[in-house]
Design a protein around this ligand. Sequence first.
Ligand code: F0G
Length: 449
Amino acid sequence: YATVIEPFRIKTVEPLYTYTRKQRKDFLRDADYNLFKLSSENVTLDFLTDSGTGAMSANQWGAMMIGDESYAGSPSFVRFEQAVKHLFPFKHVLPTHQGRAAEKVLFSALGGKGRVVPNNTHFDTTRAHVEASGAEALDLIVTFESTSQKHPFKGNMDVDALRSLLEGPRGKDVPCVMLTVTNNSAGGQPVSLENMKLVSELAHAHGKPLIMDACRFAENAFFIQRREPGQRDRSIEDIVRDMASLCDGMTMSAKKDGLANIGGWLAINDDKLAASCREQLILTEGYTTYGGLAGRDLDAIAVGLQEVVQEPYLEYRIRTIDYFGKALIARGIPCVEPLGGHAIYLDASRMLPSMPRKQLPGHSVACALYVEGGIRACEIGTLMFGGAAKNELVRMAIPRRMYTQSHVDYAIEVCERVAALARRGSLPGYKIVEQPPSLRHFSAKLRPF
Ligand code: F0G
């Protein structure tokens, strides 16, 4: 059948609230026109992030009941470690409270002044930890002419740029090479196995470890299975193990493809590096068998890792994004293409071509999605990055296993109305009236023009 059904049925439900347009306008004004400051109870569809927001399965909730809360030597850790090593056979697995904690621990050992860390694209927290250590974070993504140019693996690293870096005068300053799969900051685009192989060979030829930021590893493996020649008959698990075998370690946020509400880990092969990271882990996260998590969280992740590599789940997951995005494109609404794994990225500069960037077109579209339909999305543009913003995008990230097709159908209608208002020139620009010195998008106060 052509219909891909949600591969689950629903046992526990939470209410979704809807409000009038007038009420939402008031909520937005009271939140200083900053969507991060809205109460989630006043949001109908929350597409702010796919991180930690998904629904856990009955098996995960069941596993939480057998979580062992011992400070040291908990069997929950053993189950967690086995589940991680089943997919990622790295020698040392260090649990952390989320992905950014794994990054902090890793770069406390590998970072430092004068060093430079290449990545296809650093996620914000990865960049922040590299830079906080004193090192430089370098994005070496393959460049494309436009956000709509098609390519099956638009998240790939620019191998020639990496070669120039490693062979050049700064090559000696590179402590490791990183690859982010899928490439979140570049539109949730996947990285091919072929690209990973080339990056791995190049890094190893220069004696550098390759570390994977594996947050959305299962979505990436699904794209490899469906798009890369010769991969269609292979299982997701095999592809994931191939990805791991090309790397020397990984950082992970279990809030994405761990299917858990919290958690993460750092895994590495090198004994010396692992010993140094363990010391830092104990200082800032917790003892090595819990790393800032409850035993029950470790059990939830152990089960989540078995569920996330199931093909019916991934097929439903990727099809949801595809169904949503294709409907928008068919209605002439500009999106980053090809569609990625975890989110739809609206291209606000094409929706509002005559609005100056300093009037925050992405934020204008994001606010309109909320006012018109109670949808909370996230601007990724000038509000978030200031003058360094490459594009004016609005990310609608889809939580895992949480919304059904009719939720998506409703979201499509809301986007259509917002696009019509944008075409008519009826969406206001915004100005920032108060902002903190860094990470301004989280707390800035804004006003419409
Ligand atoms: N790396 C990537 C690629 C991410 O997308 C994130 C989080 C992290 C690392 C950090 O993980 O949140 O567990 O500390 N991304 C979320 C998002 C916040 O909305 O895209 P964390």
